[in-house]
Ligand binder design. Sequence first.
Ligand SMILES: *[C@@H]1O[C@H](CO)[C@@H](O)[C@H](O)[C@H]1NC(C)=O
Ligand SMILES: *[C@@H]1O[C@H](CO)[C@@H](O)[C@H](O)[C@H]1NC(C)=O
Ligand SMILES: [Zn+2]
Length: 494
Amino acid sequence: MDLPLLSSILLFISTAQAFQYSELAQYIDSHQEEYVETLRDWVAIESDSSNVLKRPDLHRMMDMTADKLRTMGGNVELVDIGEQELPDGQMLALPKVVTARFGNDANKHTVCVYGHVDVQPAKLEDGWKTDPYNLTDINGNLYGRGASDNKAPVLAWIHAVEAYQALNMELPVNVKFVIEGMEETGSNGLDAMILAQRDTFFSDVDYIIISDCGWLSRRPALTYGTRGNCYFFAEVEGPKQDLHSGVYGGTVIEPMTDLIGILDMLISSNGKILIPGIREAVAPLSDEEWRMYQDIEFDLENYKNKIGVNQLMYSNKVDLLAHMWRYPTVSIHGIEGAFSDPGTKTVIPAKVIAKFSIRQVPNMDPAMVKKQVTDYLHSVFAKRKSPNKLKVTMVIGAKPWLADTQHPLYEAGKAAVKRVFDMDPDLIREGGTIPIARTFQDVTGKSIIMMPIGGFDDGLHSQNEKMSRYNYIEGTKLFIAYLNEVAQINKTSI
Ligand SMILES: *[C@@H]1O[C@H](CO)[C@@H](O)[C@H](O)[C@H]1NC(C)=O
Ligand SMILES: *[C@@H]1O[C@H](CO)[C@@H](O)[C@H](O)[C@H]1NC(C)=O
Ligand SMILES: [Zn+2]
């Protein structure tokens, strides 16, 4: 028997073997320092998508991501998604989207991992205890901007594929990647790219995996829902210019008073939304859901301490979680045109624009919400019999996303968590909005799972963001185990 034949038989035997989890996990453990170093290189790039001066760094970050995947033998493309228009009218090239493919076996499932490598701004002066772009290990926590959101999770996925390759084990599923660089500023250009590639890159994708969120506690979690968001401007316009309150105060009907008056009609002091139709649209909380919340590990005191308040809107866990994840809420963000500098100014602003948003949950519909809010504010305003003019516009209408936790994709997730962490995951939702999940669902029609590996206290978007070594390394093992579990899903149950 000649050697090539023998080795191919051996290769066949090894790939046909049962899942060799412990070999893979061992490989991950023994390469831990290498993974931390790669994360250090990635964090060192200030890929801040909100700062146009950092755009060259962002382009470099996308190139680096593409190079990494190419070195591993992936079929990689840097997809041009055009330009963005800046407020001054100038055009600026968007960072390219990196797509990659590993494996092309029609008999296997194909998963597509979504991630992003851009970051929120960060400066040492903001109150960081370490240089945000110099990954620093303190007691097993790796501090750095973008460490948890979303560079380490993206790398963990890459390393998961790399480990299979290094040990000459066949990937149990085909793996695709979509990595973007504009997530932190609204994924500019990505929707169009997904739509354009629906029948090409995405055509053979069975499942989409997003790891761009975090656990709720020390217990691993699978995320099955996110809230959407409808963002409104309410503009009240009165006199043709700002007025002196000593000279004109008492004679004019002030736009600010009108505006505050109608804003106060949006939500009661105990959190009840007053806009007719909104609460009625919300899917009722089932007994089963109530029980799920009951089982979730969540420390109310911890939560209060973290945000620095001594009282919350609700004092029991189930109510609190439900209002964080599966009920809508109104938040008032600001008033454009209002005097907000330090000191005193005796002005009557002529025009003020309130900014507020309503988090969306099933079965709310942004188009309906737009009408409900607009009609309601106009009717409340009409009762004031003000001569001022009210204009209401909805500037963002992002739908919520909800998955079925009994779907095989989630069953596979539970099995992978069980294998790696020897416990059942918390099934959680995300109060925030990850619009891309909804786009993937609407455009590709594929099932989606959110499988976070970030810790509950990672400080995303805030000072001293970190990723623990534990979450980074065990998270990599989770992804390895997950690929194997997904491969077990029956082709027919897609
Ligand atoms: C990062 O921080 C370490 C420890 O403070 C320091 O030794 C190193 O020079 C820093 N690296 C860069 C690139 O600033
Ligand atoms: C997959 O399908 C086979 C054959 O139809 C069946 O025996 C098996 O129980 C199914 N497995 C799962 C996990 O549904
Ligand atoms: Zn993110």
